[in-house]
Write a protein that binds this ligand. Structure first.
Ligand code: UDP
Ligand code: MG
Length: 157
């Protein structure tokens, strides 16, 4: 099944909404394949946000990602990358639709609660950036057949 990476950002940790965010993904039926708490080093920030290093807001973004530890999760499900991005909402939380995580939990374009991989290709790179293979788990789920239809099971699993 497809996997994606989410980071529950330091601002979410400070605000005590980590559980609310994980609950959203759990309720949706996205399965946790891995989860850990870590502090983002200078190297990790530069690598993870390499596409933004030249932007004027980068120093603020970097400081916000290092303000506290964060929670990294690898989530699994059919078309998980696209589904999770839809659940997270657009970058600027003020424009993010109600019902999305950013739309419901944040007022900010920077302190926007969660990171999610934006393509299947990037998800693979980002999962490897935050997890060793041994930290990711394949396990049997008792409810998969109630979460997906027969045709979907053929196609995505
Ligand atoms: N960001 C910001 N100002 C901007 C654009 C982005 O502070 O104008 C921050 C914000 O925290 C965002 C992160 O940089 O989540 C990564 O930006 P990206 O464009 O990859 O957005 P995302 O994929 O997180 O929606
Ligand atoms: Mg991005």
């Amino acid at each position: 099944m497809e996997r994606t990476l989410i980071l529950i950002k330091p601002n979410a940790l400070q605000r005590g909404i980590v559980g609310d965010i994980i609950t959203r993904f759990e309720r949706k039926g996205l399965r946790l394949a891995g989860m850990k708490m870590l502090f983002m080093t200078d190297e990790l920030v530069a690598e993870h946000y390499a596409h933004l290093v030249e932007r004027p807001f980068f120093p603020y973004l970097k400081a916000s990602m290092q303000a506290a530890p964060l929670i990294a999760c690898c989530l699994e499900g059919a078309e998980a990358v696209e589904t999770v991005r839809l659940m997270v909402g657009v970058t600027n939380s003020r424009k993010a639709l109600p019902g999305t995580i950013r739309g419901d939990f944040s007022m900010s374009g920077e302190q926007n609660v969660v990171h999610a991989s934006d393509s299947v290709e990037n998800a693979l790179v980002e999962i490897n950036r935050f997890f060793n293979p041994a930290e990711l788990y394949d396990y049997e789920s008792a409810v998969t057949r109630f979460e997906y239809g027969g045709e979907e099971s053929q196609k995505y699993m």
